[in-house]
Design a protein. Structure first.
Length: 257
């Protein structure tokens, strides 16, 4: 059986409260043997920790403050993230962190400050980063240039930028997270998935969000990773086996799984 890694899912979300064990079972049955859990904020942390503890052989955890959770209390939230990073050795990345200006820019300065500090922590601790970027690619690239590391390690999750932005991200050292959107009709992500080096692509669901066709509009889950992989294989004219092998090897290398 082919094996896959879902590099970004939220199976600790309340959307799975009624059938979480079954969803995990479906993922394992589909060959998705490893699932990575990005954090959101202190309200999600206990649920994330409980899931990772329940299936330690199949889930790995990140620690970070999501940009949409950056509010008036972000200093306190950042303190909790740093405390987790300092007192546990099992975290595979700092994430998910980033900038999200899609809904509003009320806390724009605070989002930038939170991202800068978490990027510096990742560099200090030699951890990759999982970046969430929405309507903010220019701002993220500007901050990355300002910090001026010779090479970055991490993934631009649910990559939604242009082909040129994808090329810039890869040149800086990043991987590109490819999810269910690649299966949508006229998705610009299809060009990215077809053109960028295969070893720079990572498979992800972002479950329970962004289900691939034919499940679009329904709850997403890690068991759908093979649908995303098959779409990439079709776009590139290669086998599903090759996509599974290369993306799994890239995830193992990046996150030291």
């Amino acid at each position: 059986m082919l094996t896959f890694t879902d590099t970004h899912c939220h199976l600790y979300d309340e959307a799975f409260d009624s059938d979480r064990a079954e969803a995990v079972g479906r993922a394992l049955g589909a060959g998705v043997t490893t699932m990575l859990l990005p954090d959101i904020d202190s309200s999600s942390t206990p649920r994330l920790d409980a899931l990772q503890a329940a299936w330690p052989d199949h889930f790995r955890s990140m620690a970070g403050l999501h940009p949409t959770s950056v509010k008036e209390d972000y200093e306190q939230e950042l303190g909790l993230v740093r405390q987790r990073l300092d007192h546990a050795s099992h975290f595979i990345a700092v994430g998910e962190i980033g900038l999200d200006f899609y809904w509003d820019r009320t806390f724009e300065a605070q989002q930038v400050d939170a991202l800068r500090r978490q990027l510096l922590w990742a560099a200090e601790l030699d951890l990759p980063v999982c970046l969430h970027i929405r309507k903010a690619h220019n701002e993220v690239f500007a901050l990355l240039r300002e910090l001026n590391r010779p090479a970055w390690r991490g993934v631009m999750h649910c990559f939604g930028g242009s082909l040129q932005e994808a090329q810039r991200a890869v040149e800086m050292g990043f991987h590109l997270g490819i999810g269910g959107v690649v299966t949508f009709k006229n998705a610009t992500m299809a060009d990215v998935a077809k053109t960028m080096p295969l070893d720079r692509l990572l498979l992800e669901t972002d479950a329970p969000y962004l289900s691939p066709v034919p499940h679009r509009g329904q709850r997403n889950e890690s068991a759908y990773i093979p649908l995303i992989a098959q779409r990439i294989a079709d776009l590139r004219g290669i086998s599903l086996d090759e996509v599974a092998e290369v993306t799994t090897a890239s995830a193992i290398s990046l996150f030291k799984l």
